[in-house]
Design a protein. Structure first.
Lengths: 421, 362
């Protein structure tokens, strides 16, 4: 008790009389602030070019403003409609008013394009009617129906009502091959439209396969690099690094030259009479092409971490194991292999995550059976029927999948144990 | 932080100043390759010489509609004039993405005084669209790939026994589905009627299934001549101008099969909010007059979209070949031609494109 009472009197003071602790804290705060100022540009940069675009993309994947913005009165009038019969006059009246505004502002086509995604041909119906609606007067219902039978299509009105919400899961459903039925239930899409689930699956297994091939090829190479004398090892390392530094476009094109039907390998096989002119092998523009080219391109990402880890394992460990009577394989499996796991895991996660989002190589050599989900994302961003929102939904799913794999990996192996070189 | 903001602010001010200083500049979006070259020679170079306006080319027309959509949506329109297909132009127009055009005010009359709105080939003008050329997509083949005669009809293209080898098709549903129905025996004038039905679509895809294993896909117009030259494919669909270019300028042994060629119109649109309208109007007045359209046909075998240009079409600029028989609009090439149905594809494009992409990837 006594010592505690004396404590304040013994508190150390700085030169200016303030308590030393406070003075230290103050000076550290200044230091920390200064340090933060140093990284602030980077944080700012990351925010602008990384965080904001990703959030914008995610928002875009659920944002559905077309009906609400360009047919606002119709959307409001439909809220009271039960969805059983052709809507009553007020809905048609609202539609006519929206159309007149939409033609004036030239925005009616955007609403029409949105509906056309759900019902092919609805575009024309909307546009044709919109062009004549300013000559009509109330009541509108009969005039609409007289002008075009399609206005009695209940499915059309149901979709309009459903899609008048600003936030919609529609694009996520499409991204996993589901859709809304006209009754509003979630059902699998017709088989002829199904593709995304299959592509996600294909991307996953091919990435695993490529990672496995990389392990099989890179492990012996790295072992050799790590065990050779430095002079030879450096030379060999250059052979790994040179392709690594070469543009991946160049490397992909090189594979095209080698593998195509009029390419080097086929010519050679024909010249050696191993195959005849009609039996030329198709090794590119299909799954084989993607696997071969990607394995080659991603190989250095496996070799480098493995090499850097193997380099730190003293060769005496293996010798010790063998001299104690272990079979060479057992010595390798029980002593050497466990020590290489941090590099192996780092290589695997690196190659797998790079592979799962790969675009250029599958696009160039994948043909149609060897393309990845990223190629379909790109496809949805191009062409006259581009569906940017579906592309955003697909990309978000891919992003979440990668984050999940990373999390799982962290739980199983531990990211802090990784050695990237 | 404040300093950074000030710096960024002044950087933006400088950039804006630079933009104002360069308003005598047009960004023109087109298809690239031999086609862009013909525009540069026939339109851009003479125009720059006449007015001093610099022209920047971007080869983005393959994604023109998506590009204009995202630029307008983001409120940052950097394209001044865009070369696009008529079907896409119609959609862009309906969606309010491109300017409406008063053709008689914007465009030069024909040499004989006929106003522009009456001079263009019927059905090609659109409310936002200034046609330049009619071009054909059709099959072509490498004569060295076949002993004896090559394929002559669409049925021959589907005949893998008589004409073995890989086919190169464009990776879009447009035209491929029409040809599949023709090969399946549908009459040319009923193709779109059939294709509007579920059974018709199933039938077209089933017909495409027959050759799918022997098909490789192209996306850029420059690819099919290359694929034919390398014999990576023996028969390919292509734009007629590209094949002409390979035949005449590169001496390739290619033959065009005009049977059931599909022709459509390509031309200019002007995105909204470019803020450069006076220069754009001046350029378009110059670049779409009768003589300029006819000049383009000196460099590439696409038919000019003005009636008054037809008589002005002469010989190829470099080789002196008479261009008239190579035009998709020349009568003997038009015998079995199918006009590409812009309206049909505006309506059914979304659904068919989706199904087609799923079919290709599956």
């Amino acid at each position: 008790m006594a010592s505690r009472e004396r404590a304040p009197k013994q508190e150390l003071l700085a030169a200016d009389g303030t308590p030393l602790k406070a003075a230290l804290r103050r000076s550290q705060t200044v230091e920390r602030r200064r340090a933060f100022m140093l990284v602030a540009p980077l944080l700012f940069f990351l925010l602008i070019v990384f965080v904001v675009p990703i959030i914008a993309m995610m928002w875009r994947s659920v944002y559905n403003p077309e009906i609400r913005n360009y047919l606002p009165q119709t959307a409001a009038a439909l809220q009271d409609w039960e969805g059983q019969d052709v809507p009553p006059e007020p809905v048609f009246q609202a539609m006519a008013a929206d159309m007149i505004v939409g033609v004036e502002n030239r925005t009616i086509g955007r609403a029409a394009a949105r509906i056309n995604r759900e019902i092919p041909g609805a575009r024309s119906t909307v546009m044709r009617t919109a062009r004549q609606v300013d000559e009509w007067s109330a009541p509108y219902r009969e005039k609409f129906i007289e002008a075009d039978e399609d206005w009695t299509n209940i499915e059309f009105w149901r979709i309009l009502k459903r899609e008048s919400r600003v936030v919609t899961p529609t694009y996520y459903l499409l991204a996993v091959d589901y859709e809304y039925s006209s009754e509003g239930e979630i059902v699998p899409r017709s088989e002829v439209y199904q593709v995304y689930k299959q592509l996600f699956w294909r991307t996953a297994w091919m990435s695993v396969f490529i990672t496995a091939l990389c392990v099989m090829l890179a492990y012996p190479i790295s072992y050799m690099l790590a065990t050779q004398p430095t002079r030879i090892a450096n030379l060999l390392l250059i052979l790994v690094l040179l392709p690594f530094w070469t543009s991946l476009l160049v490397r992909t094109s090189a594979w095209i030259v080698l593998l195509q039907q009029q390419g080097v390998i086929n010519e050679l096989l024909v010249a050696l009479n191993i195959i005849d002119e009609t039996g030329r092998l198709r090794m590119i523009y299909n799954r084989t092409g993607t696997i071969v080219a990607m394995t080659h391109i991603l190989l250095p990402f496996m070799v480098l971490p493995l090499y850097s880890v193997m380099k730190t394992i003293p060769p005496s460990y293996l010798r010790a194991a063998k001299s104690l009577g272990a079979h060479p394989f057992r010595a390798w499996w029980r002593v050497y292999f466990p020590l290489t796991i941090p590099g192996l895991a780092a290589g695997c996660i690196l190659v797998f995550i790079l592979a799962i989002g790969y675009y250029i190589t599958p696009a160039l050599v994948g043909g149609d059976s060897g393309i990845f989900i990223s190629n379909l994302i790109a496809q949805n961003m191009q062409g006259s029927s581009a569906q940017l929102k579906l592309a955003a939904a697909l990309a978000t799913i891919l992003l979440v999948a990668v984050l999940f794999i990373y999390w799982l990996f962290n739980r199983l192996v531990g990211v802090d144990k990784l050695k990237f070189g | 932080m404040k300093k950074i903001l000030v710096l960024t602010g002044s950087a933006i001010a400088i950039a804006a100043g630079a933009a104002i200083a360069q308003d005598k500049e047009l960004t023109i979006v087109s298809w690239g390759g031999a086609y862009s070259q013909s525009q540069i020679k026939a339109y851009h170079e003479p125009y720059t010489e006449k007015t001093g306006v610099q022209i920047l080319n971007e080869d983005k027309s393959a994604n023109a509609l998506a590009g204009i959509r995202s630029q307008v949506e983001a409120g940052n329109v950097t394209w001044d004039v865009v070369d696009m297909l008529q079907a896409d132009a119609q959609r862009a127009c309906d969606e309010g993405l491109v300017l409406e055009i008063d053709h008689d005010e914007w465009l030069a009359p024909a040499p004989d005084g006929t106003p522009a709105s009456e001079d263009f080939i019927e059905g090609t003008l659109g409310p936002c669209f200034i046609p330049q050329i009619l071009y054909a997509t059709m099959f072509a083949y490498n004569t060295e790939a076949f002993e004896g005669e090559g394929p002559q009809t669409i049925e021959d293209v589907w005949d893998l026994e008589k004409f073995p080898g890989t086919r190169a098709l464009q990776q879009i549903p447009q035209k491929n589905l029409e040809w599949a129905l023709i090969a399946d025996g549908v009459d040319a004038d009923q193709v779109y009627e059939v294709l509007a039905t579920q059974e018709g679509q199933d039938r077209a895809f089933a017909k495409l299934d027959e050759i799918k294993d022997n098909v490789i896909w192209w996306t850029e117009g420059a690819q099919p001549p290359q694929m034919l030259a390398d014999q990576e494919a023996v028969i390919a669909t292509a734009y007629n101008g590209r094949i002409f270019n390979a035949q005449v300028n590169e001496d390739q042994p290619f033959e065009i099969m005009w049977d059931h060629q599909m022709f459509e119109t390509d031309g200019w649109v002007v995105p909204v909010d470019t803020g450069n309208v006076d220069t754009i109007k001046d350029y378009l007045y110059f670049a779409t007059d009768s003589q300029r359209l006819a000049d383009q046909a000196k460099y590439i075998s696409y038919g000019p979209a003005r009636n008054s240009s037809a008589s002005l079409v002469g010989n190829h600029a470099e080789t002196g070949v008479d261009m008239k028989p190579h035009m998709p609009t020349s009568p003997e090439n038009l015998e079995t031609a199918i006009p590409f149905d812009v309206q049909f594809w505006a309506d059914y494009g979304d659904a068919l494109e989706e199904r087609f992409n799923a079919w290709v990837a599956g």
